[in-house]
Design a binder for this molecule. Structure first.
Ligand SMILES: Cc1cc2nc3c(=O)[nH]c(=O)nc-3n(C[C@H](O)[C@H](O)[C@H](O)COP(=O)(O)OP(=O)(O)OC[C@H]3O[C@@H](n4cnc5c(N)ncnc54)[C@H](O)[C@@H]3O)c2cc1C
Ligand code: SF4
Length: 512
């Protein structure tokens, strides 16, 4: 057996070992990935009395090892130290967690339900059946609300950073609300992205994973799956190898046998890579295709009054007023190491900017973009993501940025730093942002990121036009199920973790 580490409630995670030739284990279900999709499946299946093995590439990072600085988080539990990019005219960072709890350990705790309008679109255009009705999704959303204690961020922890966005939205007449979040006793320390230092965030490592482990699940961390293999025509074996974190030293190989099914929840980037490595995708040609995301851009605004981003909930306020126009606005508090990358100047000038950090607000807009990209491994075995925003996406982005500048000035900002190539570094009037319209629609003028991914193993009834069925089962490999947002026919326009949880729950319930 591998060396055990402790996670909450004294549960054990089996991690990297040296000196052992091979590790083998067997259970009813083998789950690949321990994030929103994988942990939820483990929660549902162990609750129904099934034996479960979870295999996770990243390490378990205990709460006490989380730091304030971004680098500690990057090193321990961000995939490729945060340097994974989508290649197009713009190099767009694609940010993902890689650790026990997946990306939920470093996300903003925002909990959104899918919009009913979007669900109706999926029913109309993608023929979603009755077992995936909006009522079914809502039944799970309600349950998860209770279990993960989801509620709007209370006034006491919003801090000025979030209430300023409220002021700005109010001033331009947009609807707005405090963000619904999965937290208990959040102190507004603004460190969600580095990993909550007080375990207030109800991420999977604090909730569904300890639940499943208490019920007997076994979790192998720092163990990378390379392939899913058929046994008697069905998915039956998972091949993996221990790889230490952060130095990536290779350890023993491992084989996990699934008596009933293999559940793949490695995220919309890694899931299609594993499918392709397991020989899947020939019938539809769609594995790794149709990659969609929500490119997001932030603006910095400087206020006379203190803002002190670090004394607020990381992401506490939002507006979905323009959801139908494919835009969503939200606060995103960033630590000094991130903010400094946006400051102009160096030496004394940089230090002057750093001194003003307490007066900065950082607000983001993300676009429900139309562009489709693709994911594949190149001949060197490296992950490649090809993605380019369309003209329409950039036009929407410009609109979002102009509106956000308006909000910042309306809330009292003296200066806005747009960070757009072709615009002045600092602006002191919202009209200056109109110059955006004079710029061409090249995405590489912007410094976006994307952290919500979809569509790379799409669901559907027709095996020539989809990768998995409406129960999550892979058409080309019975006994293999995809339980993450790879299966979503489109992007959501809102933050996805709750809908990934709901999808995984619905499929797992059926399997149980
Ligand atoms: C900075 C940031 C903030 C975010 N904020 C929010 C938010 O506030 N609200 C929201 O709804 N969403 C947010 N998201 C997105 C959200 O967290 C993710 O969409 C969600 O966690 C995805 O769930 P998943 O199960 O598909 O993948 P993940 O949660 O990423 O889990 C997948 C796991 O699979 C593992 N894995 C991958 N390949 C292998 C392999 N070969 N072998 C073994 N294991 C493997 C990975 O290491 C990872 O741990 C945010 C994302 C980021 C990056
Ligand atoms: S704001 Fe701070 S205390 Fe609240 S969930 Fe995020 S990291 Fe934890």
């Amino acid at each position: 057996m591998a060396e055990p580490k402790r996670i909450p409630d004294g549960m054990q995670v089996f991690s990297m070992v040296s000196g052992q030739a091979r590790i083998e284990d067997e259970a009813d279900f083998v789950i690949i990935g321990s994030g929103a999709g994988g942990a939820t499946a483990a929660r549902v299946l162990t609750d129904a009395g099934h034996s479960v093995i979870l295999v996770e590439e990243g390490p378990y990072v205990p709460v006490k090892e989380r730091g304030y600085d971004v680098w500690t988080g990057f090193r321990s539990s961000w995939r490729d130290c945060g340097f994974q990019v989508a290649e197009g005219r713009l190099f767009l960072p694609i940010i993902q967690g890689m650790g026990v709890g997946g990306t939920t350990t470093m996300n903003g705790a925002i909990c959104h339900r899918m919009k009913p309008e979007l669900h109706a679109e999926w029913v109309r255009d993608h023929k979603l059946p009755e077992n995936l009705s909006f009522e079914e999704f809502s039944r799970i959303y309600d349950r998860v609300d209770q279990e993960l204690q989801i509620a709007p961020a209370p006034e006491e922890v919003l801090g000025r950073h979030n209430t300023l966005l409220r002021d700005g939205l109010q001033a331009i007449g947009f609807s707005h609300n405090p963000i619904r979040r999965n937290v208990v006793g959040c102190q507004g320390s603004s460190r969600c992205i580095q990993g909550c230092p007080t375990a207030a965030k109800q991420s999977m490592d604090q909730t569904y994973l300890p639940f499943a482990l208490r019920k007997g699940a076994r979790l192998y961390a720092e163990c990378r799956v390379s392939k899913i293999v058929r046994v008697n025509g069905r998915a039956g074996l998972v091949e993996a190898q221990f790889v230490s974190s952060p130095d990536r030293l290779k350890g023993p190989k491992a084989t996990f046998r699934a008596r009933r099914a293999v559940l793949l929840a490695a995220s919309a980037i890694q899931t299609p890579l594993l499918l392709a490595a397991s020989g899947i995708g020939k019938e539809s040609g769609l594995v790794g295709q149709r990659f969609q995301c929500h490119p997001g851009i932030s603006l910095l605004g400087e206020f006379e009054e203190p803002v002190r981003m670090w004394e607020s909930v990381t992401q506490g306020y939002e507006s979905t007023h323009l959801w139908t126009d494919r835009l969503k606005f939200e606060t995103v508090s960033i630590p000094l190491d991130n903010a400094a990358a946006r400051f102009d100047g160096y030496g004394k000038k940089l230090m002057e900017n750093v001194e003003r950090l307490g007066h900065l607000a950082c607000w983001g807009v993300h676009v429900r973009s139309e562009a489709h990209g693709r994911i594949y491994r190149d001949f060197m075995g490296r992950t490649r993501i090809k993605y380019d925003m369309t003209d329409g996406d950039v036009v929407r982005l410009k609109r979002g940025l102009k509106l956000m500048a308006k909000m910042l000035f309306a809330a009292g900002a003296k200066t806005v730093m747009p960070g757009v190539h072709g615009l002045p570094k600092r602006m002191d009037h919202p009209d200056q942002m109109e110059a955006l319209d004079q710029l061409d629609n090249s995405p590489n003028r912007y410094h976006g990121i994307a952290s919500h991914m979809f569509g790379t193993a799409v669901m559907g009834a027709d095996r020539k036009r989809s990768v998995v069925g409406f129960d999550g089962q892979v058409h080309e490999m019975p006994g293999l199920y995809v339980l993450d947002s790879s299966t979503f026919p489109t992007n959501l326009g809102v933050n996805p973790q709750n809908s990934i949880i709901a999808w995984s729950w619905l499929c797992s319930e059926k399997l149980a």
